[in-house]
Design a protein around this ligand. Structure first.
Ligand SMILES: Nc1ncnc2c1ncn2[C@@H]1O[C@H](COP(=O)(O)OP(=O)(O)O)[C@@H](O)[C@H]1O
Ligand SMILES: [Mg+2]
Length: 361
């Protein structure tokens, strides 16, 4: 007897070429485990670290264990994108949604989203502009500030402009210490705190390994790191507020993924009016920075100074069962499995809504 036809196919894209390949695999395994397979026909498509797309039916255990290579199924396609053919529905009434659980460059930055636009398929999360804008810290700050969102002081520059005059300008305009970052990156990769001109030169050399644009920011002193989940398209709503308490000097790559000793506090221990202000600011910046579907919006909280300062948006936040974004929604009354239902619903609604604005001839 054949199974009943399923109304929705979810193409779960995971892995990817960024530093967050591993966390993507753990997130994908969490999603696969929680998803209601009586309603969804789930097709996992892996992207290997060297960029090959594989339609692989990896077991959960293998999917989450990035020390082992992904298995290539018989229809593995080499370097082309043939597994994208799995976006074809299994039957004429089936709807298809791509869930790109991919973080960082070539996943969260609009590139994969562009491919999905060309394929005219519904997908979860921000579109091309929202993805690219939020991936680029320098441009995201310009747009946030124009929308009246408080941000810290910063200077951005290209790799060709990082001369002695630039170092002097940082000293006079921002003072010390500063944080130096590649503009397009994530997971704290290439992020360094610099205390003086020599430290700045070294930090700039590190940041330009990852991107041709760099951002130098004043260090927000004594900043608490608060994060909120936002979900929706036309009418986004915010979750409760959470706090990250890093165990290292700042929330660096090791602290995020290696030691795992940093702490998440949900809800954050902040005054009610601060949480309310942050949720309202998060929804504003989400709209200004063209998010759709979901995002995690991160702030610094300078308790004795300027209050809330917007840091960044992650358009595809970590999605393991224990990650901040799903935990924030769980604490807001939306458990993990229902979170996935809601994201699928939002993806289909957005696709349909956009199709109603005719842009092509
Ligand atoms: N201007 C700043 N002041 C104080 N701490 C900062 C600043 N910028 C970054 N940090 C620290 O570095 C971490 C990573 O920086 P972030 O901008 O969030 O980059 P990523 O996209 O890699 O997460 C933050 O979580 C925070 O701990
Ligand atoms: Mg961050």
């Amino acid at each position: 007897m054949s199974e009943a036809p399923k109304p929705v196919r979810i193409v779960l894209l995971y892995g990817g070429q960024s530093a967050e390949h591993e966390v993507s695999r753990i997130s994908a395994a969490s999603v696969l485990k929680a998803i209601d397979t009586s309603r969804y026909d789930v097709v996992p498509v892996a992207i290997t670290p060297d960029g090959r797309w594989l339609r692989s039916d990896a077991t959960l255990e293998l999917m989450a264990d990035a020390t082992r290579p992904l298995p290539e199924s018989l229809d593995a396609s080499g370097t082309d994108l043939a597994p994208l053919a799995s976006i074809a529905p299994a039957h004429p009434d089936q709807q298809v949604v791509v869930l790109p659980i991919l973080h960082g460059p070539r996943g969260e930055d609009g590139t994969v989203q562009g491919l999905l636009e060309l394929a005219d398929v519904a997908y979860v999360g921000a579109g091309v502009l929202g993805s690219a804008l939020n991936m680029d810290k320098a441009t995201a700050k310009v747009v946030a500030r124009a929308a009246g969102i408080p941000v810290c002081r910063w200077i951005s520059a290209r790799d060709s402009e990082l001369d002695d005059a630039f170092v002097a300008r940082v000293g006079s305009e921002l003072g010390w210490p500063v944080f130096v970052k590649p503009s397009n990156m994530g997971s704290s990769v290439g992020v360094t705190k610099a205390d003086d001109p020599a430290g700045l030169r070294a930090a700039l050399a590190e940041a330009v390994k990852y991107d041709e644009w760099v951002v130098v920011e004043e260090a927000v002193v004594g900043a608490r790191e608060l994060e909120v989940g936002v979900m929706g398209n036309e009418e986004p709503r915010a979750s409760v507020v959470g706090e990250i308490i890093p165990t290292h000097e700042f929330y660096d790559y090791e602290d995020k993924y290696v030691d795992g000793t940093s702490q998440m506090v949900i809800p954050a221990d902040v005054p009610g009016e601060v949480a309310a202000e942050m949720r309202a600011l998060a929804v504003r910046v989400y709209r200004a920075l063209r998010c759709d579907g979901l995002s995690r919006v991160d702030f610094f909280y300078e308790a004795d100074g300027r209050g809330l300062l917007f840091n960044e948006i992650n358009t595809m936040p970590g999605f393991t069962k224990y990650s901040m974004f799903p935990s924030l929604w769980d604490a807001s009354g939306l458990p993990y499995a229902e979170l996935i239902d809601e994201l699928v619903r939002l993806a289909l609604a957005r696709h349909q809504h956009r199709a109603s604005h005719r842009r092509l001839r």
